[in-house]
Design a protein around this ligand. Structure first.
Ligand SMILES: [Zn+2]
Length: 130
């Protein structure tokens, strides 16, 4: 009976560069996706999708502003001061929060499993994900 290999949920904090946007998230750091779509490629966003009850915004929501394009379902929120994208509402999971793993503190990204996501062929990749 070893539970050592099972991922454990912990609380992590993260935020934007200037500190205007801070959040807390409960996650086991599994299922991180690296999407190759037009916007994620340029941002370098690493997706960690969590349920809203596992996410808490610690700072004033007014620090965020929103960019939308194409279907408008995804709400690309970002810090209006420093321009970082610490989290947003993804088109694939509009009821969830998509945290940028690069904006989490105290994690070793190199030690985590990061799965490529074919966002260039969005409809197909969505089906593959189930
Ligand atoms: Zn900022």
């Amino acid at each position: 009976m070893s539970r050592e290999d099972e991922p454990v949920e912990k609380i992590y904090e993260g935020g934007c560069h200037c500190g205007g946007v801070r959040f807390r998230v409960m996650t086991d750091l599994t299922g991180i996706l690296d999407c190759n779509c037009s916007i994620c490629t340029k941002k370098g966003f690493l997706h960690l999708i969590v349920a809203p009850e596992k996410f808490e915004l610690l700072t004033d929501p007014e620090a965020l502003t929103t960019y939308t394009f194409n279907t408008g379902v995804a709400k690309h929120t970002f810090c209006r001061t420093c321009g970082m994208h610490p989290f947003y509402t993804p088109r694939s999971h509009p009821d969830m929060v998509d945290v940028n793993a690069r904006c989490l503190e105290g994690i070793d990204l190199a030690g985590l499993t990061i799965t490529p996501y074919d966002g260039q062929d969005w409809e197909k990749a969505r089906e593959d994900l189930g």
